[in-house]
Design a protein around this ligand. Sequence first.
Ligand SMILES: C[S@@+](CC[C@H](N)C(=O)[O-])C[C@H]1O[C@@H](n2cnc3c(N)ncnc32)[C@H](O)[C@@H]1O
Length: 336
Amino acid sequence: MTTPSEPEFMQIMSMARGFQAAKMLMVAADLAVFDFLEEPQSAVEAASHLKAEPRAVGIFLDGLTALGLLVKGVDYYHNAELTSRYLVRGKEEYRGAIIRHMHHTLRSWNRLAETLVLGHPPEVEPEKWLDKGEKEPEEVADFIWGMHALARDLAPQVAAKLNLRGVKRLLDLGGGPATYAIYFAKAKPEITATVFDLPVPSKIARENIARYGLSDRIDTLAGNFLKDDIGSGYDFIWISHILHSHDEEQCHLIINKAIRALNPGGAMAIQDFFLNDDGVSPVGAAMFSVHMLAVTPRGRSYMHTEVADWLLSAGLVDIQHIETTPDASVVLARKE
Ligand SMILES: C[S@@+](CC[C@H](N)C(=O)[O-])C[C@H]1O[C@@H](n2cnc3c(N)ncnc32)[C@H](O)[C@@H]1O
């Protein structure tokens, strides 16, 4: 028997429908549906947990089952294996913060057409961007814990790929939850690190560092790296996923400030969702650039070659580009 081939237009149609699965997952994470589906529940029982209407909840749970997030028995639903591992609050592997963070950013994506006209998201005045981050601590917490949810699997791989030999003092600039500083310190016992970030993220970093039992080797410095002193005397400066939320002028400011803070012979490593020279691949970096357009006043993805040129023009030597994770790569350089 032959199966009917998919009409070509369906490739376009599945893009248009792409938001539906994302929105279902985000709503389920917001409502903490997966917390009580560790135990099998009927739609009526789930509706009672959610103080919601049973018919609507049944349809929603069937949809989550179709997506593979739940398993359905005769008259009950429970979490699928990955859901149980990553989406149940209180579990060690819980990563719901990144789903909630994506949900917060959907507000900005809904205004993308206005952003194209204005050149920046309508709700984000470029000069008030930082203040906004500090005013909504819950959203900042979802963002920062969300960064940990993503980086905790990647940081050990990155630590294994970087040459950290001889490094004693390390700066994790814009280090957020300190995930990279933590895994670098775990990989090399001789490293002591400082994580520089804004005040609310710094508080979260301290909590995370304490969880990993590294408070004696990693400290935090709270401030704004565009305006404040970032310290000095570092052998290695790690700048991960920072440049993409800034314009070129700000990127130069950050890079030059980091170079001044670096010891002679020290190294700088910039990780990002870098684009290839064509500016449109890999697809993840190209899509991330639109994400930055939607949610930041002046961000975008940069090409690794343009960042390498900036470092060279700023006087650094031994420029290298290495793949670190499936989506991101690192541009490395040394100060003479
Ligand atoms: C996308 S997160 C990256 C976090 C971490 N480096 C990582 O790769 O997982 C960007 C971080 O930069 C911080 N940040 C943004 N602007 C900043 C500024 N002007 N001064 C200090 N930190 C800033 C944010 O608070 C956030 O923690």
